[in-house]
Write a protein that binds this ligand. Structure first.
Ligand code: ATP
Ligand code: MG
Length: 339
């Protein structure tokens, strides 16, 4: 049986360079590499999206997110399945069942929950708490082994394994196949650790699309010239010495990281080019140029893909997803006595 590789990305706003390098691009590379003998499920987590503020542009954003994959060079074939989460009702139904096997304590210990509920007091919507359980359903419905995500999502892979194991043990079955542990996931992706691009203005934080500061992030829709300027004005430090050191020089290290990934070179090699230099200008200019060129090329490809192209892709993907997810849901409904 073919293993399944699964990924989803929220669509509430535009995406950042961090999302591109940490999630989109590795996924496209993986899909192209593995789609001969693996199922590749790429879904739009629209149910996850409505957890955050709803801005009315969801349909546009959904189409856009798929165009991103296609523009990054995803080569479609019969093993690649692209679908919208809410068009496969089994995701919601499975979430409810999994909820009944998830503890409030473990859900409320998730770092993302803590971060996203901070300052909201008791007025935290339950979707924020339940997000990892919906994610567990997304994974378990398709028995996905690999879920290539950034490091900030590793905890959610672990809770998926915990919930699945709990249910398997409770009913003494192997109805759920566990996703691989996060270390193995990272290895499979060819990364030692999840890649984490930093904010350009506060490099101790990661770059996030929800960051209200425009200069903190490069958006994929940014005018390439503006992106150049953002890199040039990125926060660095006053040590006057280039070194890869995320702790003492997070701004400089972030630029080295971006440059290495975009030029497809090992970090050590890129670092050695600039190491010891007291002038940050060259590194900034080189990085800014590479980002500007990448965005120009990416946006031209993006603009050549039509909405109709994307809708056709959904039609086929949702037929497949409903079939697979529906069967798994039926098995679990039977197990817990609903059928
Ligand atoms: P938000 O601020 O709304 O949380 P985000 O930019 O953190 O947005 P997510 O939707 O949380 O993006 O995550 C989408 C994917 O991008 C995930 O796989 C996540 O691990 C990855 N990702 C997010 N930010 C970065 C980053 N700075 N560097 C590398 N990967 C990232
Ligand atoms: Mg995030």
């Amino acid at each position: 049986m073919k293993e399944t590789i699964l990924t989803g990305i929220r669509t509430n706003t535009d995406m950042t360079l961090g999302n591109m390098l940490g999630a989109l691009y590795p996924m496209v590379q993986l899909a192209n590499r593995f789609s001969k003998d693996h199922h590749i499920n790429i879904f739009v987590p629209d149910l996850h999206t409505i957890i955050a503020e709803i801005d009315g542009d969801m349909q546009k954003n959904v189409i856009r997110s798929i165009k991103y994959y296609l523009a990054l060079g995803l080569e479609m074939n019969e093993n690649i399945h692209i679908y919208r989460q809410s068009y496969v009702p089994a995701h919601s139904e499975m979430t409810w069942i999994l909820n009944c096997f998830t503890y409030f304590g473990e859900a409320s210990r998730m770092i993302q929950f803590k971060e996203k509920s901070e300052g909201k007091g008791e007025n935290v919507n339950l979707g924020i708490l339940d997000y990892p359980v919906l994610m567990a359903a997304d994974i378990l419905l398709y028995s996905a082994k690999y879920v290539p995500v950034g490091e900030d999502q590793f905890q959610h892979i672990e809770i998926t394994r915990d919930i699945a194991t709990r249910i398997n043990n409770r009913f003494n079955t192997d109805v759920f196949k566990l996703p691989a542990p996060t270390k193995e996931q990272a290895k499979f992706m060819g990364l030692d650790d999840g890649l984490r691009i930093r904010s350009l203005t506060e490099p101790t934080k990661k770059m996030s699309k929800s960051d209200p500061s425009e200069n903190s992030k490069i958006l994929l829709s940014d005018n390439p010239k503006d992106a150049y300027k953002k890199i040039m004005s990125a926060t660095t430090d006053s040590l006057a010495n280039i070194d890869f050191d995320m702790f003492n020089q997070p701004g400089i290290s972030n630029l080295l990281q971006i440059l290495a990934v975009l030029t497809n070179r090992p970090l050590a090699e890129v670092t050695s080019v600039y190491a010891g230099s007291s002038n940050y200008g060259n590194l900034k200019r080189d990085t800014a140029e590479v980002v500007e060129n990448m965005l120009t090329e990416f946006q031209a490809k993006y603009n050549s893909i039509s909405d109709e192209d994307v809708l056709k892709v959904f039609e086929a993907g949702e037929k497949y997803a409903n079939d697979i997810a529906g069967k798994k849901l039926a098995e679990v409904q039977k197990l817990v006595g609903l059928r």
